[in-house]
Design a protein around this ligand. Structure first.
Ligand code: SF4
Ligand code: SF4
Ligand code: SF4
Length: 188
């Protein structure tokens, strides 16, 4: 069985937001909400400043609070570990929005449906394509693939880097990891 994982290398990320724009285009995201953004975080004291670019999106928890609280099983996980939502049985209770520790879900202002990143599973990955964000990144900061295939690019990135997972202390076991930024803050 495949296990889809995405890694964001913050050392390669330039904060261009091409991934975010591609995501909006691919998923026809309504104005005012987003599935994916890259946030800039300034650290340090002048002149030893450092800018980190942090991806904000669903992290595809293996132990997903949004799935656990859903009373109708509209929020569910595929065998490949992708957390999806079946709108036909969603009753819009918003429990999943409140339960997500990553603030990754939203209520669409137009359709009123619940939205979040899906790793482009149904629209691209299931057909053998990469997620839209990965295909447009100009610096190859994003790597996506099957972590159970030891020859995949994502397995190589995991094997050769120290991968961190956001809020891993919660036990949610995210499948979106990152390589921490080591650039900047070294002015002498
Ligand atoms: S990040 Fe939030 S929306 Fe995504 S799987 Fe985890 S709890 Fe669910
Ligand atoms: S809003 Fe829909 S998907 Fe979310 S917990 Fe309620 S029924 Fe489940
Ligand atoms: S497209 Fe790539 S470099 Fe640009 S913000 Fe997204 S991850 Fe970073």
């Amino acid at each position: 069985m495949k296990k889809y994982v995405m890694i964001h290398d913050e050392n390669l990320c330039i904060g261009c937001q091409a991934c975010s724009v591609a995501c909006r285009n691919e998923n026809d995201t309504s104005d005012g909400v987003y599935r994916l953004q890259v946030h800039a975080e300034m650290k340090g004291v002048f002149p030893n400043l450092k800018t980190n670019f942090l991806r904000h999106s669903c992290v595809m928890c293996e132990n997903a609070p949004c799935v656990e609280v859903c009373p109708t099983k509209a929020s569910f996980q595929t065998d490949e570990g992708i957390v999806l939502l079946d709108e036909s049985i969603c009753v819009s209770c918003k429990y999943c929005v409140l339960a997500c520790p990553y603030d990754a879900r939203y209520v669409d202002p137009i359709t009123k449906n619940i939205g979040k990143c899906t790793f482009c599973f149904t629209n691209r990955v299931a057909g053998g394509e990469q997620p839209a964000c990965v295909t447009v990144c100009p610096t190859d900061a994003l790597t996506f693939g099957d972590a159970n295939d030891y020859n995949s690019e994502v397995s190589k990135v995991i094997a050769t880097n120290s991968i961190k997972y956001p809020k891993s202390e919660l036990g949610t076991k995210p499948k979106l990891g990152f390589v921490e930024n080591k650039k900047g803050g070294r002015y002498e």
